[in-house]
Ligand binder design. Structure first.
Ligand code: SAM
Length: 221
């Protein structure tokens, strides 16, 4: 499988460095590779106005969740995208809600219980490892997580591994533009660089969907 050796990692690191050299970013906040979304700020993920700039309906139109589908939401947080997908895949479906931070998983589990959703399994993952078997799911999403990853080639290789052949990944992340909220510009990765990383990780097909004002959405398989 591609993406496991050092060469692709070096190629991505080089292209990222090249992009940062061409597009120097002025920001008062220093890049912190361990910068994870703080669970104390969960309410920021729940604000009703989020629907205006990151509509779930538009996301679902792309994902097209079907009854019985197997799906993983990686870096699920408290479940903004997970819960509506779980409703649609129904009792015959299986949703893995995967996150690094246990606070996120316990909040999501409470919400799933309150909503009567029994098809969600919470899974605690490690920075570079997703503890799901090979070919576990038909589709996965990585929403607002890519800029927090410490080792994107390793993580994308894990995503490729857990997806069945032909399985789809929906990757959403902040555009490298000024926006009223979101992470500092210095942490945001242009869609082109993400696309290269996906290719290096073995995703052969890529389609960009320009549905969000502040976010890139890439569908890859
Ligand atoms: C900004 S939140 C987004 C949550 C959710 N996807 C959403 O859009 O509302 C980023 C989440 O990614 C998780 N995360 C960061 N690095 C991760 C990794 N290597 N593996 C799994 N989850 C990770 C964080 O713990 C956090 O819950």
């Amino acid at each position: 499988m591609t993406g496991k050796g050092n060469e692709p990692r070096q190629a991505i690191a080089n292209s990222l460095q090249e992009w940062q050299r061409k597009e120097p970013i002025v920001t008062s906040q220093k890049f912190d590779s361990k910068n994870k979304f703080d669970p104390k700020n969960i309410e920021k993920l729940d604000r009703p106005e989020r629907a205006q700039w990151q509509s779930i309906t538009a996301f679902l139109e792309i994902l097209q969740p079907q009854s019985g589908m197997t799906y993983a939401d990686i870096g699920c947080g408290p479940g903004y995208f997970t819960l509506p997908v779980a409703e649609r895949v129904g009792p015959k479906g299986q949703v893995y809600a995967v996150d690094l931070q246990p606070e996120m998983l316990s909040e999501l589990a409470q919400r799933a219980e309150a909503g009567g959703l029994k098809n969600i399994k919470t899974v605690r993952c490690e920075e570079r490892r997703i503890p799901l078997p090979d070919d576990a799911v038909e589709a996965a999403c990585l929403a607002n997580v890519y800029h927090e990853l410490e080792d994107t080639p390793a993580f994308l290789a894990e995503l490729r591994r857990i997806l069945r052949p032909g399985g789809r990944l929906i990757l959403i992340d902040w555009k490298p533009i000024e926006t009223p909220m979101g992470p500092p510009l210095s942490q945001r990765i242009p869609g082109e660089i993400i696309g290269q990383a996906l290719q290096q990780a073995g995703f052969a097909h890529r389609q960009d969907h320009d549905i969000y004002p502040y976010h890139t959405l890439i569908e890859a398989s």
